[in-house]
Design a protein around this ligand. Structure first.
Ligand code: ADP
Ligand code: MG
Length: 650
């Protein structure tokens, strides 16, 4: 059955052309409409043609969900067990084995893999998929692969893209040939709102219900910006449908977002039963990474979440940001794959024409580069100013990243990698988290710190706070706060209590803790334990020594310090900016003179999340090269020391 389906995909007619192009050229660029079969079919064609006899075919994906879902699909098409011949690898989850010949993985994982296999010698073909997404890791990979193909004449490189950036990729790789796979495309009718919507969430709900009530059969795809929003819309839609009772047909609501548990992912691909309609609530993950058959209507909020890093303040925020025209076109196109479609844009035609950029700014130009620079330095790529980027990052971003790595002790005064920097690179974490772990060695509390790091890595999903039980949930949460030890230690207490209760699910329910997040944190913790041993950090505990734990945390997050002001708000210490303690923090009601935070979130205000108190003198005890007494004594004299770091000057 699946074999027959494979033959109906547009790319099937280009099978021989693809294989010939790969045989005759080392680098090939492939462009094809989303859903034409690039991701699922090309690796299989290569396998069938024998390219996996002397190495694996690796296919990179910008998103974890896509890597898992596509690998699952391909393993079914090939009739093998997932993790055997076909596998995937994402951060903290390796589902491959000795047998694996087709490997789907996130672009970030390939970079990590290069730390142990710099020439990627276990691969015979690499396919950089979804290259048009221009994630930071994809851009870096393209730069590295450009060199790698010179070093390894036996390696084949494919770059696949859903949009028209093909010429740019081709030119970058010495005018590699471009193969175009025309997709099926039916006309899409586009509707705009007459006036701007004040609330796109409400508008999305109303529009979805209207489509359901008035339009012919066919599934709906709604583009929203994130998990919380999707969960809200899911809840409201279900409630409204319930109230409408039998007056209206069945509406099956399926959410899709980056952290969606694997077991729920399969649900979005289940064909809709006759008489019912499916509505998929998705982030921009469904823009090009995932193809869901049967979609006939698209509702486009016009927004997505984007990371923006401000090099002036060193702050990174995840912002709800207007999408580009290119994204809007992609979104609309999702409705016209199997027949004529309709796209309802929740913005005006004027706003489309006037306010939206043509293309999304590549991530490399708007994000914190410290993580990839640490990896590049570990790969021996030192001369970043002359690295051949597809689009160069602004100098300011490069300089800021080097400064952060210097502050963390990963680079020395002349910008060379230190032992600490090498240890840090072993951890698949942000540099601040990995530094916190490396530093825990000195403070003899690595056991506690890796627990905290694992919990911080699962995101803000440890505590469960249902709308109708907020009071009970908040009370339960406060049990984990001893005195005013802060949020980091509270997380540690949650984990240790759970462990004392034999990792029980019931215990989680009783304490308003999300069991799934805890299980995930436990997995991550196990992996971090192995890595800690590998880099030669001793596993030690000092549960009673609060100061030691705090000092380890500060060693990683020394740039995230803030000081209380008379009016109750806080100012960050370096590059002062006004911030507030997030209401969910245990320290929200107990102001502390000095605090350290894990991250900032911008909602109505700039909030610090996961906050812990510190003593200012610890700052120059821990980072005398970065903090000076006067930083701490007088905020107005806030100049960081620049002397002795010539590589930081432009
Ligand atoms: P492209 O990479 O060109 O966008 P894909 O290879 O991802 O196309 O998709 C080809 C077809 O495979 C699509 O029709 C899609 O519906 C189907 N498909 C992909 N992944 C899955 C999955 N996890 N479950 C069911 N069908 C899938
Ligand atoms: Mg694809």
């Amino acid at each position: 059955m699946l074999q027959k389906e494979r033959k109906t995909l547009p790319i099937y007619h280009y099978r021989e052309q693809v294989l010939r192009a790969v045989q005759e050229n080392q680098v090939v660029v492939i462009v094809g409409e989303t859903g034409s079969g690039k991701t699922t079919q090309i690796p299989q064609y290569l396998h069938e043609a024998g390219y996996t006899k002397h190495g694996k075919v690796g296919c990179t994906q910008p998103r974890r969900v896509a890597a898992i879902s596509v690998a699952a699909r391909v393993s079914r098409e090939m009739g093998v067990k997932l993790g055997h011949e076909v596998g995937y690898s994402i951060r903290f989850e390796d589902c491959t084995s000795e047998k694996t010949v087709l490997k789907y993985m996130t672009d970030g994982m390939v970079l990590r893999e290069m730390l142990s296999d710099p020439k990627l010698e276990s691969y015979s073909v690499l396919m950089v998929d979804e290259a048009h997404e221009r994630t930071l890791s994809t851009d870096i990979l393209l730069g590295i692969f450009k060199d790698l193909v010179r070093l390894r004449s036996d390696l084949k490189l494919l770059i696949s893209s859903a949009t028209l950036d093909a010429e740019k990729f081709s030119a970058y790789f010495n005018f590699a040939p471009i193969l175009r796979v025309p997709g099926r495309r039916y006309p899409v009718e586009i509707h705009y709102t007459k006036a701007p919507e004040s609330n796109y969430i409400d508008a999305a709900i109303v529009t979805t219900l209207e489509i359901h009530a008035t339009q012919a059969s066919g599934d709906i795809l709604v583009f929203l910006t994130g998990q919380e929003e999707i969960e809200t819309v899911e809840e409201i839609l279900k409630e409204r449908i319930r109230k409408l009772g039998t007056k209206i047909g069945e509406l099956i609501v399926c959410p899709v977002y980056a952290n969606l548990p694997t077991e729920l992912q399969a649900k979005i691909f289940v064909p809709t039963p006759d008489g019912a309609r499916k509505v998929v609530l998705a982030t921009n993950i469904a823009e090009t990474s995932l193809t869901i058959d049967g979609i006939k209507y698209v509702v486009d909020s016009g927004y997505s979440k984007m990371k923006w890093y401000n090099p002036k303040t060193g702050m990174e925020s995840l912002l709800v940001y207007p999408i580009s025209k290119a994204s809007a076109m992609q979104r609309a196109g999702r409705s016209g794959r199997t027949g004529p479609g309709k796209c309802f844009r929740l913005y005006t035609i004027n706003s489309y024409q006037e306010d939206m950029e043509d293309n999304t700014v590549p991530e490399i130009q708007r994000t914190n580069l410290a993580n990839v620079i640490l990896i590049l330095k570990n790969l021996g790529i030192d001369d970043l100013l002359n690295f051949d980027f597809l689009d160069s990052p602004p100098q300011e971003l490069l300089r800021k990243a080097l400064e952060l790595l210097y502050a963390l002790g990963a680079l020395n005064q002349v910008g060379e990698l230190t032992k600490v920097g090498r240890q840090m690179a072993e951890f698949p974490l942000d540099p601040m988290l990995s530094k916190m772990i490396v530093a825990s060695d000195k403070f003899k509390c690595s056991n506690e710190i890796i627990t905290i790091a694992a919990l911080l890595s699962v995101g803000n999903s440890v505590f469960y706070r249902p709308k109708n039980k907020k009071f009970l949930a908040d009370n339960a949460r406060m049990n984990f706060y001893q005195g005013d030890a802060g949020d980091h230690i509270a997380l540690l207490n949650v984990y240790n209590s759970w462990k004392e209760n034999d990792y029980s699910k019931q215990w989680c329910y009783d304490n308003f803790i999300q069991f799934r997040s805890m299980k995930h944190a436990r997995d991550i913790r196990d992996q971090l334990t192995c890595l800690v041993e590998r880099v030669g950090i001793e596993l030690t505990s000092s549960l009673c020594n609060l100061e030691a734990m705090k000092k380890a945390i500060i060693s990683g997050f020394l740039l995230h310090t803030a000081r209380l002001q008379k009016n109750g708000s806080y100012w960050t210490v370096k590059h002062p900016q006004k911030v507030h303690v997030h209401p969910s923090s245990g320290l929200a009601q107990v102001p502390k003179r000095w605090v350290i935070y894990h991250e900032l979130v911008l909602t109505t205000k700039e909030y610090m999340r996961q906050v812990t108190e510190l003593k200012p003198e610890w700052l120059f005890e821990i980072a005398p090269h970065y903090y000076m007494l006067k930083d701490v004594e007088d905020l107005r004299k806030k100049m960081p020391r620049v002397a002795g770091r010539p590589w930081l000057k432009t």
